[in-house]
Design a protein around this ligand. Structure first.
Ligand code: GDP
Length: 529
């Protein structure tokens, strides 16, 4: 098959949601359709459960699962589908943000009763910034929830999206009758039996037909007609170009648990969702159909076996094909590397493959060469843009608790930071090291892993910082900037790349700094240009 044909078959996407909205359940049903798994319950939830186990055991369990579910691939019809796992827990939000740099589109899952929740807002904002095409799936229609129109309003307002429903629910909760599929013009009747649901689709080109009354009862038929009329009046017609540009989001309703509305979602998804998209590098826009391979690291996973310090680096192939044993240029290191056992992913298994195509993810064994964001090419010196760091929410000094092991500690911290577990800042004033994280859980992860993988011990000390702001001076020589540096000396640090940050202790001090030094721009994201 030609390169172009292979690439155009690929659909690489992520499912994002607030925890408990139904991401795992939906993923599993999608895999069932692909024939990739045989039974429900096969996809493990990567959720962090609070309770019985101590946290670090939970973290280890989670790490195991997160390797297994990092990429779930399957074939459906003539498409190759790659689902990238995006942790919903807020302490792992950075992971999810980075994964979103490797997807070509996303599905947003929303709980019909809870509506738009906090994590959904944050993740969708990132997708909006990147104009990632989004499809919204409103889940749990078998339960009582919010009115469909109210929910659509909420999605528009809270998520800043422009939506158009491509399906519409008939009833809800105990009175849930089914779904009218606006896209395919048919009705899927809900029987509560997930095996039957797949078959029972009845074509309805004309909802005015009296047969509708017979099928779902007069009251439901009437209200469906009214709702559809309103829908056509209020919402724009679906326009694929607008969807692909991230300017319009189609909405589907269903119940993942009952496998209801999932086939409709999947069928529509493979028709609408984009094949691998071009990606910007520092020198040019790279097209997926170019013959020459290029790709970037969006995730690094440490091996579960503490005796082996090898890691799995996840590469999104941006263009061409990735071949086993072929030398590629690691652009940052200016080194040629060959990989004898690249992993490809299929359902929950990973296997060694000879060739992978743009859109696919390969897992490469790495002994410490890679950092998140690294670019591999066939020789061209370019770097892919766009794996930003966000300001952490928590900050602590990290101290060495075993002076005999300071080398190990340094190495451990270095590698964990390359993996993107947390961010390291070094104070300008005295060189003390500060670890910044999105969630408090990461401190336990770091302490545990330093000890078990590197034989080093650390302690933490609170450091009252509100946010890290990356500093962009209008002109590094101007007096205002120099004064800013002098006055804020105690609060300045460098990140791992050597960029200067202002560690602000409160929202107030950020506001003050902005007022007093208007020419010094402060950013919550490391890549602001
Ligand atoms: P995740 O945290 O987003 O991955 O959510 P899960 O897929 O683990 O689902 C959270 C809970 O919601 C589980 O108990 C599911 O069984 C349940 N759930 C998922 N989909 C549905 C649905 O369509 N209807 C109902 N009633 N429950 C659902």
């Amino acid at each position: 098959m030609s390169l172009q044909k292979e690439i155009s078959k690929r659909r690489t996407f992520g499912i994002i949601s607030h925890p408990d909205a139904g991401k795992t359940t939906l993923t599993e049903k999608l895999l069932l359709f692909g024939g990739a798994i045989q039974e429900a319950g096969a996809v493990k939830s990567n959720k962090i459960k609070k309770g019985a186990t101590s946290d670090f055991m939970e973290i280890e369990r989670q790490r195991g699962i997160s390797v297994a579910t990092s990429v779930l691939a399957f074939n459906y019809r003539d498409k190759k589908i790659n689902i990238l796992d995006t942790p919903g827990h807020k302490d792992f939000a950075e992971d999810t943000f980075r994964t979103l740099t490797a997807v070509d589109s996303v599905i947003v899952v929303i709980d019909v009763a809870k509506g738009v929740e906090e994590q959904t807002e944050k993740l969708v904002e990132v997708c909006r910034m990147r104009n990632i095409p989004m499809i919204v799936f409103i889940n749990k229609l078998d339960r009582e929830g919010k009115d469909a129109f109210d929910l659509l309003d909420e999605v528009e307002q809270k998520l800043g999206l422009r939506v158009t429903p491509l399906s519409f629910p008939i009833g809800m909760g105990y009175d849930f009758k089914g779904i009218y599929n606006i896209w395919e013009k048919n009705i899927n009747l809900f029987s509560g039996d997930s095996r039957k649901n797949i078959e029972e689709t009845i074509a309805f080109d004309d909802v005015e037909s009296p047969e509708l009354d017979e099928l779902i009862g007069e009251a439901h038929a009437e209200s469906l007609r009214e709702n559809l009329e309103l829908t056509y009046e209020v919402y724009p017609d679906f326009d694929r170009d607008a969807y692909l540009k991230g300017e319009l989001q189609p909405v589907f309703f269903g119940s993942a648990l009952n496998n209801f509305g999932v086939r409709e979602l999947l069928d529509c998804f493979i028709e609408l969702a984009p094949a691998p998209r071009p990606k910007q590098s520092n020198t040019r826009l790279v097209d997926p159909n170019e013959e020459a391979f290029s790709g970037f690291v969006f995730k690094i996973h440490a091996n579960m076996d503490p005796k082996h310090r090898d890691r799995l680096a996840f590469i999104k192939i941006v263009s061409g094909t990735f071949e086993r044993n072929k030398p590629y240029l690691h652009v940052r290191n200016k080194k040629k590397l060959k990989f004898s056992s690249p992993n490809a992913f299929f359902a929950e298994k990973k296997e060694i493959v000879d060739i992978s195509y743009a859109g696919d993810i390969v897992g490469l064994h790495d002994t410490g060469n890679f950092k998140i964001g690294d670019t591999l090419t066939e020789g061209e010196e370019m770097l892919f843009k766009g794996i930003p760091s966000f300001s952490p929410e928590h900050f602590r000094y990290i101290n060495n608790a075993d002076p005999m092991k300071s080398k190990q500690l340094e190495k451990g911290i270095d590698q964990l930071m390359d993996e993107g577990v947390a961010q390291l800042f070094t104070l300008e004033l005295n060189g003390r090291k500060i670890i910044g994280t999105v969630g408090a859980l990461q401190y336990e992860v770091i302490q545990y892993r330093l000890e078990h993988e590197y034989g080093a011990k650390c302690t933490y000390e609170n450091f009252p910082v509100f946010k890290a702001c990356w500093i962009e001076p209008e002109d590094p020589k101007n007096e205002e900037y120099q004064e800013f540096l002098r006055v804020k000396q105690k609060f300045l640090a460098k990140d791992k790349k050597g960029q200067l940050v202002f560690l602000a202790d409160s929202p107030f001090s950020i506001d003050m700094a902005k007022q007093k030094y208007p020419s010094v721009k402060l950013h919550y994201v490391s890549e602001y240009k």
